[in-house]
Design a binder for this molecule. Structure first.
Ligand code: 13P
Ligand code: SF4
Length: 307
């Protein structure tokens, strides 16, 4: 059955000159099928260069929007229109616009996990791969508003000694990883290193041996000498970690004691069947106003230049 779907998707891809981009939090079958798998930054960089007519974005809505903004002449399809993001939702554009009125002399740095409209209110977009690098390129006395992730923002403040004003948003997947669960895992598995995504809360990050984006975490497990890792991020990344280092052991920090997983419900809305369907019908297309595209592309281009 799965083999039939995969064959059909591959046939449709050729017929329609389409490519599939997938984030590391997708199910393993989608990661294996995709033409390109990456973190938010790599996916944005890949989207710019795509020459195919259709991009099927196996990720969440803001990622598909970003691809459309960066490559507006392509037809961008998303397997499930409801694949949103709790972090992007925690920063409604109207409220953010109002908030910024108090910070007119601040530069606005926005994490890519935000709606296209929020991007239009921003000066530079960042991802977890390049946020530190970009902040470090700004003059030390530059006043900065950072949105929407307060955990990533306070991590950058701590690392750089800056005092960025933080929007109070978070991702439900990372924010719910508790320090108690992490400590319990560390006590039970003292020879495992803790590696964490910077969207986790600061007590979790303080315990971590390494902090980074999904790509950085994956790279670390490939090159680091340790054989065992407790991983504080969404479980989808384990597929690539295990594939690259089959001899190593990985434990994902669970959401609670009865659950071994911490899936992002939005990322996991995508299925092979939905990819097949959108390719067949060319439905779930991302449409954005030209004005939104031309305003949102500026901070995205600045990000790509500074990365
Ligand atoms: P990355 O940029 O690390 O891939 O993160 C994306 C994301 O949604 C994290 O929750
Ligand atoms: Fe958004 Fe969190 Fe899901 Fe990433 S893991 S897409 S930040 S809800």
């Amino acid at each position: 059955m799965k083999k039939n779907i995969i064959n059909n998707i591959n046939r449709l891809k050729t017929e329609k000159n389409a490519v599939i981009l997938a984030h590391y939090y997708q199910i393993p079958e989608i990661q294996e099928l995709a033409d390109f798998v990456g973190d938010s930054l790599a996916l944005a960089q890949a989207a710019v260069k795509i020459e195919a007519d259709i991009i099927v974005f196996a990720g969440v809505h803001f990622m598909a929007e970003t691809a459309k903004i960066l490559n507006p002449n392509k037809k961008v399809l998303i397997p499930d229109m409801n694949a949103g993001c709790s972090l992007a939702d925690s920063c409604p554009a109207d409220e953010f616009e109002l908030f910024l009125k108090d910070y007119k002399d601040h530069i606005v740095l926005t994490y890519v996990n935000a709606s296209a409209r929020v991007k239009t209110l921003s000066d530079i977009i960042v991802t977890s791969s390049n946020a530190l690098k970009i902040v470090e390129q700004l003059p030390e006395n530059e006043k900065i508003v950072f949105a929407p992730d307060r955990n990533l923002g306070s991590y950058i403040n701590a690392k750089t000694g800056r005092n960025m004003v933080l929007w109070n948003g978070s991702c439900h997947v990372h924010d719910q990883l508790s320090i108690e669960n992490v400590i319990n895992l560390k006590l039970k598995n003292p020879d495992f290193k803790l590696i964490a995504h910077p969207e986790c809360k600061s007590p979790v990050l303080e315990l971590a041996d390494f902090i980074g984006s999904t790509q950085a975490l994956l790279n670390y497990t490939k090159t680091d000498a340790s054989q065992k890792y407790i991983v504080a991020t969404e479980g989808g990344i384990i597929h690539q970690m295990q594939k690259a280092s089959p001899q190593k052991e990985f434990i994902v920090v669970p959401v609670d004691e009865n659950c071994n997983c911490n899936d992002c419900i939005y990322m996991k809305m995508n299925t092979l069947e939905k990819i097949e369907q959108v390719l067949e019908t060319e439905s779930n297309e991302i449409f954005l106003d030209d004005q939104i595209i031309s305003a949102a592309i500026k901070p995205l281009k600045r990000m790509l230049e500074m990365s």
